[in-house]
Structures are given as structure tokens and as C-alpha cells.
Design a protein around this ligand. Structure first.
Ligand code: ATP
Length: 360
């Protein structure tokens, strides 16, 4: 394997416990050189702990971590050559943007002229060439974010880690910064490891996403792969907000299975986590894959509208479907008469749009 092909970071069997609590459990993870990898999961799932183990702010209870093929567990944080960006930026308020960015170079003992040249270079990269003299308090949230990024990359680290760096920004600025970050990653080509609990942010930014749940990675895949092919009920619920309709498995094939829903319908679909015959399992069904049925459609399911919200580009509906239970729908396009809570409607979905997932 050439250097380019070896993962830049390799976790093997990494566990972190605090007293009796296991925050990260038996983590195996390879991070590819140059990729934008996101650790995504709910609060407390172990994302930040994983970053801290990588940066050296925390020590693993067991397991090994390599950077560039070399064990780093005994290397102190400042020798790991990792750039770090936190949510609150952690900029020094009394220093100008340029002085903040110069700091990592100064502590490494770089000469004055070279520091100035390097700071000018990264200020231009993050499009702040004319703002270097300003203190953080004289910059907007987005500009402070860019200073924090510039400071993380100025010493040419081996990779950059970012812990919820856009969490403090309002929605518009956050979306703008997502685009900037993506463009910057393409431009400088450095490996980035990003933590968020926001699935749409993860889908927008990442080459790959590791979905964390209870200290473990449930699934690691591209955004498209996770969205199209969730392999567990947790991932299906977290990404794409799938409905999880319960039923009982009646048959299993090599890649598919058949599930009998509580309304009597038998659905055959792909079944990636190998459910067993007789087992209770779930049909994962994305909200945008459920439609209103035409009058007389034999597969239609009567449903009572519980809630209907207009979101500009779509309607979001909660309906109580007969024999199935609560379903979330997302209907795009124009609807002649928007449904009102209490109305009866007919809904349908096709077997091809579903996946069958055992509850594990
Ligand atoms: P968030 O999005 O809320 O930051 P997270 O997925 O990053 O969540 P972690 O911060 O990694 O989660 O925390 C994982 C678990 O470990 C949590 O239950 C947390 O309470 C626990 N934990 C983290 N640090 C410590 C500590 N120093 N002492 C005890 N427990 C800790």
C-alpha cells in the first residue's frame, strides 16, 4: 500500500470509559487522506470524545490510534500536528486576527518575516486579507469563524478537526459557512474531521459520514449511501427521518425479506441487517416516498390527517393510517386542496421504496 492509500488516521478497538461509563466503545475507524469525514450523532453519542482522543486532549482506556501509520497514544497534543476549531472559536479577544493566526507559528519558534508571510497567505485563503488588524470583537460571527479556521491551518497540520464549528451561527450564515468550508476543503485538500448533530449539515458537507449511537459507529458511508441504504433502524430514523412501520417477518431471501404489516399487507423489500423469520421488525419508509392515492386505487390506505404544515416547497403531514399507525409525509408540488386536520385522505407507497430493518 502506498502512502497515499494508507489511511491518515486509524482507530483500532478504541474504548474510553469515565469511571463506570463507556463513552466510546471498541471503535474501529479509518480516515482517508484528504477526505471530509463527519462524525454525526445525537448528544452524548461519543463524537466529541472521539475527537479528543484523536487530538490528545483525552487518553484512550484501551485500543490504538495511528496517524500516518505511527502510534500516537503517547504523543502529547501539541506534537500531533492537528489543527483544531471549536464551536466558540476560542480566539484570543485582545489580539488582532493576524496575531491570533500568527500564534501557532510563534509558539513553534518561526521567524518574524516568515510568520508575516504565512499569516498573509492564510488571511487571503479565507478571504480576510484586509481584516487582519481587527480584533475578534470587531468581526462578524462568520469572519471570526474564518479566523479560527485560518489559525487551525496556518502551521500546515496533518489534519484539521472541527467540533460543531457552525453551531453558534444563525441559519443563513451557517449555510453560507457550510459552502465556504466545503470550497476551502476542496481548495486546500487537507483531511478534515467534523463533528455535528445536524444531519442536513453532515449530508451537505461530507465525503463520508460516521453515524454514532451510544459510543459506537452504527454505519459509515457516503451521504448518498446513508440516505438511500440505511442499515439500522437508528440510522433510518436519524437520516431522512424514515417512518418505521412495525410488522412480522414471514420470509427471508439472500438480500430481501417479506414483512406482514399490522394492516395485513405483505411487503417484500431489501433487508440489509438480516431479520429472522417470525421476528418483529420494521419497514423503513421515507416521508417523501408516500403519496396521496387516486380514487379507486386498490393499494390505498385510509388515513386521518393529524397535522399539516406548509413549508414553501412542500407540505409536511402527520396522518394516522388505518392498521399502520402514525406516518409522516412530505408532499411536494401543488396540492389542489391542502388537507386540514380531521380530514380523511388515502395514502399509498410502493414496495420498491422501502427497506426492511430488524430492530438491532
Ligand atoms: P454532544 O453533541 O452533546 O457534545 P457527543 O456525542 O460529542 O455529544 P461526548 O461529549 O463524546 O458526546 O460524550 C459522550 C458521553 O461521555 C456523554 O454521556 C458524556 O456525558 C460522557 N462524558 C464526556 N466527558 C466526560 C467526562 N470528562 N467525565 C465523565 N463523563 C464524560
Amino acid at each position: 500500500m502506498t502512502r497515499e492509500q494508507t489511511p491518515i488516521v486509524r482507530f483500532r478497538g478504541v474504548t474510553k470509559t469515565y469511571n463506570n461509563f463507556t463513552a466510546v466503545q471498541s471503535l474501529d475507524l479509518d480516515i482517508a487522506r484528504g477526505e471530509f469525514l463527519t462524525l454525526l450523532g445525537p448528544s452524548g453519542s461519543g463524537k466529541t470524545t472521539t475527537l479528543m482522543l484523536l487530538t490528545g486532549f483525552e487518553t484512550a482506556s484501551s485500543g490504538t490510534i495511528e496517524i500516518d501509520g505511527k502510534r500516537i497514544e503517547s504523543l502529547p497534543a501539541h506534537k500531533r500536528e492537528i489543527g483544531v476549531v471549536f464551536q466558540n472559536y476560542a480566539l484570543f479577544p485582545h489580539m488582532s486576527a493576524a496575531e491570533n493566526i500568527a500564534y501557532p507559528l510563534r509558539v513553534r519558534g518561526m521567524g518574524r518575516a516568515e510568520v508575516e508571510a504565512e499569516v498573509a497567505r492564510v488571511l487571503a485563503t479565507v478571504d480576510l486579507a484586509d481584516k487582519g488588524h481587527r480584533r475578534p470583537g470587531q468581526l462578524s460571527g462568520g469572519q471570526q469563524q474564518r479566523v479560527a479556521l485560518a489559525r487551525a491551518m496556518v502551521f500546515k497540520p496533518r489534519l484539521i478537526v472541527l467540533d460543531e464549528p457552525l453551531g453558534a451561527l444563525d441559519k443563513n450564515l451557517r449555510e453560507q459557512m457550510q459552502e465556504e468550508l466545503r470550497a476551502l476543503h476542496r481548495q486546500i485538500g487537507i483531511t478534515m474531521v467534523f463533528v455535528t448533530h445536524d444531519q442536513s449539515e453532515a449530508l451537505t458537507l461530507s465525503d463520508r459520514i460516521a453515524v454514532f449511537n451510544k459510543g459506537r459507529i452504527e454505519q459509515l458511508d457516503t451521504p448518498e449511501g446513508l440516505y438511500r441504504d440505511p442499515c439500522t433502524t437508528f440510522v433510518a430514523g436519524f437520516i431522512g427521518e424514515n417512518n418505521l412501520v412495525p410488522g412480522r417477518i414471514e420470509a427471508v431471501g439472500s438480500v430481501s425479506a417479506s414483512i406482514r404489516l399490522d394492516n395485513g399487507r405483505l411487503v417484500e423489500a431489501d433487508a440489509p441487517n438480516r431479520p429472522l423469520i417470525g421476528e418483529r421488525a420494521f419497514l423503513a419508509l421515507r416521508p417523501e416516498r408516500i403519496a396521496f392515492a387516486e380514487v379507486g386505487d386498490a393499494s390505498a390506505i385510509p388515513a386521518k390527517v393529524k397535522q399539516c404544515t406548509y413549508l414553501g416547497d412542500c407540505y409536511r403531514l402527520d396522518v394516522e393510517a388505518e392498521g399502520i399507525g402514525l406516518l409522516k409525509l412530505k408532499l411536494s408540488g401543488t396540492i389542489p386542496t391542502p388537507p386540514v386536520p380531521g380530514n380523511m385522505v388515502q395514502v399509498k407507497f410502493s414496495d420498491r421504496e422501502c427497506r426492511i430493518l430488524a430492530d438491532r
